[in-house]
Design a protein around this ligand. Structure first.
Ligand SMILES: [Zn+2]
Length: 159
């Protein structure tokens, strides 16, 4: 069985989770993508703007307007990078739902939080984030995929 870890950080726009930073790790290479916003900041409604500010200042520190990948390509990116993968592990139901909705394919998507036989690592902010973030210690999907990969690998190999 070949597995990969996927993690995302994002914003909530019109009640929909929208990815900003995506990381995919299969144990060899981490692939990461930073997506352009789907709605300009100034066009966000008041609620979404407040949430965006909160997420930016307290959770992941990725500026709303940054990004170079086109959001319309997200399904293609997931498909291309998971073409040889059987199972994707993700931590968190919202992230699992997002992947299920955006990725119709051969891959099983498993939320690690539903696994009651182990202690899934807390994705805290103890290590430095990658350069996408304006906060030094915050939620970074690239950092997260390494932590979760080690956890799953050790669990599957019985270490
Ligand atoms: Zn990051």
């Amino acid at each position: 069985m070949k597995f990969a870890i996927v993690d995302v950080q994002g914003y909530i726009i019109n009640n929909k989770f929208t990815v900003k930073e995506l990381a995919i790790y299969d144990g060899k290479d981490v692939k990461s993508f930073l997506f352009k916003p789907t709605v300009n900041y100034h066009d966000l409604n008041t609620t979404d703007r407040k949430t965006a500010n909160y997420l930016y200042h307290n959770i992941h520190g990725i500026p709303y307007e940054t990004g170079d990948a086109d959001y319309s390509e997200i399904q293609e990116i997931l498909g291309n990078n998971l073409s040889s993968i059987d199972v994707v592990f993700v931590k968190g139901q919202a992230k699992a739902d997002f992947l299920t909705e955006n990725f119709v394919g051969w891959v099983d998507i498993v939320n690690l939080e539903n696994d009651t036989t182990g202690e899934v690592p807390h994705l805290g902010s103890t290590k430095e984030s990658c350069d996408n973030h304006k906060l030094k210690y915050c939620n970074c999907s690239i950092k997260n995929v390494y932590v979760l990969f080690d956890y799953v690998y050790n669990k599957l190999t019985g270490l």
